[in-house]
Design a protein. Sequence first.
Length: 318
Amino acid sequence: MSSFNQPLGGNEMARFGGPATMMRLPAQVGAQGLDVAFIGIPMDHGTSNRSGTRLGPRQIRDESRMLRPYNMATGAAPFDHLQVADIGDVPINTFDLKKTVDIITDYYDEVLSHGAIPLTLGGDHTLTWPILRAMKERNGPVALIHVDAHADINDTMFGEKVAHGCPFRRAWEDGCLQNDKVFQIGLRGTGYSPDDFDWGRRNGWTVVQAEECWHKSLTPLMAEIRARIGDAPCYLSYDIDSLDPAFAPGTGTVEPGGLTIWQGLEIVRGAAGLNLVGGDLVEVSPPYDPSGNTALIGANLLYEMLCALPGMPQGVRR
Ligand code: MN
Ligand code: MN
């Protein structure tokens, strides 16, 4: 009998029954005693186009119900090695975005004080900046793998400093990032000027545009990224709109020509071996995909992040 929390099995309760926690794990209040905490941030007041990501955490939890504990591809068995639970949602202020980012930082500071690694169910991408602020307090500046159709480095949107197109500009200003270890993957679409992507490059970041990813495996790219990040603490921020809308239509700022599912899996699986200190899966907007498949993909990518965490034996590699 394992001493670790286990997801409720498919033969114990029908998969469409029981409480809708992440992976049907136990729910608990706070991160005491946990190695890993799944956390929802039900917000969309940072979005600039279609909203709806406030409903993301709930649908990701619901669609996570088919996830089984063992990773057939990598051999990872996270619930044999890590104490994991769903600690619910951050009590954001849905009428005040600026208060919300401070609420998030305080909440993650508390989570990190228990030594738990946070894996976050978004929510719009604004939320990564306040998480990175809390990370900086605990770990110092982090390396970053940012998978997205967009650079999210706008100085302002409508004159506002807090928005889902600005989190990495704010994180940079706050000294949250190791600039020679920042990797943005999947960027594409239309912009205002080349500077939309070159701003990061000028700051030492590596930007891998979607077109550089087309028609090929990203496993070699991830090997290069692992070599360059080394043992630095690393945060993984995964915007679901990095995927092509053919795979993941349920999001607010869609760009064609994106990554494939299998490239997304290669990226997250390729993060195994890094000193991952946290991760998020953001921008799932349920109203734009009534099938739930976008949320289901998001749930799977969060599970893959769990399987890639430090100390996780990777049984086989395919
Ligand atoms: Mn984003
Ligand atoms: Mn995006």
